[in-house]
Ligand binder design. Structure first.
Ligand SMILES: [Zn+2]
Length: 448
């Protein structure tokens, strides 16, 4: 996971409920600089792509006909909702973590943790190791018994075309078997042109999500820190989808408004719908936007007129979210169009209520202390009775090489939650079946 993603998640959380107190700190913009000017002058694609038709009138929303029930094999796990990293996925037996160029596996039944490689006498270094991935993995998702990964690859352009130190980077979609032994390149999801030795060429892939046959993704590349002139450079800040079988072109769903944050889009899948928020106006409350849903059957974008919101989850017909106005959580019913207060938490000392997660059993409200950087997760049942809580504050721990490494929160699904070190060597799991017993806590396991 890139440090940028972690930092951004952090800022989004801080600014919930305190949206108007401080300007500029979360804004990712920099003054126009040499990079973006150069890219624009080289005639590269900096025009926004055309998105889908937006339907604004509720009466014009079309009904969906396909089966809306959750299917583990084909439907998105929404595992990292409100948490912009896609380095963790769940299969039927395990959780997979991508850290430091390697894949680690947590076995749900045995509660063991190890590198994906099971070759005897393997040094676990280099391309012969099954756990090793030689390129930069920008995210991974489970689909129908395989792992899909977006891998970043770069190549210098031919000398004769390479007049100004240009090079090309691509995002390649790979399919990998669960044991890591079979890896197939399916297609190129994005091709971008970079300039050598320019820091602003940093790739940020904000989302990769797999759902019912498609990969959905957004990235930034060469945008010069988000300035207006090059905001859409290399098709940045644009929500696309591409078929997972590689048979078909990518489709543009919509572009992000200039000044909005691609990282705050928050994709959430349910049945034939993909819900997301998009900043159509930009103000101090970074991370807020209007709610849309893509009807994947009609391929039209439906605008849900409920005002600017952030950090939502979808539970059946209910969308639960927070607004800029105050510290309450609201819900909106997509069948009755009714909007009401969902939950009004009691103030709790120096802790601020931030984003929530939902895992089909419980709601998880995440509280944050801006001074001490402490995180607490409060757990509530469907009746909104509090059933437990746990501490998920980032901490330091020594790895096998006696180095201090950070262990930070990684949400799991309905059975486990995790803390994991940057280097992947140490995992802490919390067995969610213990929630409510008073013994729910993180347990350490080291990679074997
Ligand atoms: Zn190995």
């Amino acid at each position: 996971m890139s440090m940028k993603k972690i930092i951004l998640s952090f800022f989004i959380v801080i600014f919930l409920f305190s949206a108007c107190t401080n300007k500029s700190e979360t804004q990712n913009y920099q003054p126009e600089n040499q990079t973006s000017v150069s890219i624009a002058e080289k005639g590269l694609d900096i025009e926004p792509d055309e998105g889908l038709e937006i339907v604004k009138n509720i009466a014009d929303f079309t009904e969906v006909k396909e089966n809306q029930e959750y299917n583990f094999e084909t439907d998105n796990q929404n595992i990292s909702q409100n948490y912009t990293c896609e380095d963790c996925l769940e299969t039927r037996e395990s959780y997979y973590f991508y850290r430091n160029g390697r894949l680690y596996v947590f076995d749900k039944a045995k509660k063991t943790y190890s590198l994906l490689c099971n070759k005897p006498d393997c040094s676990h270094f280099g391309e012969t190791c099954n756990a090793f991935f030689p390129y930069d993995c920008e995210g991974m998702e489970y689909y129908k018994g395989n792992i899909y990964m977006l891998i970043r690859e770069s190549s210098e352009l031919d000398e004769k075309d390479n007049n100004d130190g240009l090079w090309q980077e691509t995002l390649e979609l790979y399919r990998m078997s669960l044991d890591g032994t079979e890896r197939t390149r399916i297609c190129t999801a994005a091709t971008v042109i970079a300039q050598k030795d320019v820091i602003d060429n940093d790739f940020s892939v904000w989302y990769i999500k797999v759902h019912r046959g498609y990969l959905y993704y957004i990235y930034n590349y060469g945008t010069g820190g988000g300035n207006e002139r090059s905001f859409y450079a290399n098709n940045s800040n644009t929500l696309y989808r591409i078929p997972l079988d590689g048979k078909g072109q990518k489709e543009c769903i919509c572009t992000i408004e200039h000044g909005g944050l691609a990282s705050a889009v928050d994709l959430f899948f349910q049945g034939s719908y993909m819900y997301f928020i998009k900043a159509d106006f930009v103000h101090e409350g970074t991370g807020y936007g209007n709610l849309y849903r893509l009807n994947t059957e009609s391929m039209k974008l439906e605008y849900m007129d409920i005002g600017e919101i952030s950090c939502f989850i979808v539970n059946g017909d209910e969308i639960v979210y927070i607004t800029l106005e105050n510290g309450k959580y609201y819900s909106y019913n997509t069948k009755t169009w009714e909007k009401k207060v969902f939950f009004e938490p009691e103030p709790r000392g120096d802790l601020t209520y931030g984003y929530m997660l939902y895992d089909s059993n419980y709601y998880y409200f995440n509280l944050f202390n801006m001074e001490s950087l402490e995180y607490i997760c409060e757990v509530y049942n469907e009746q909104l009775e509090k059933v437990g809580e746990y501490d998920r504050t980032t901490f330091e721990v020594k790895n096998n090489d006696n180095e201090l490494v950070y262990a930070y929160y990684q949400p799991g699904n309905s059975d486990y939650d995790f803390m994991i070190t940057y280097d992947g060597s140490i995992l802490y799991y919390l067995d969610k079946s213990l929630i409510g017993t008073g013994t729910e806590k993180f347990v350490q396991v080291k990679a074997e």
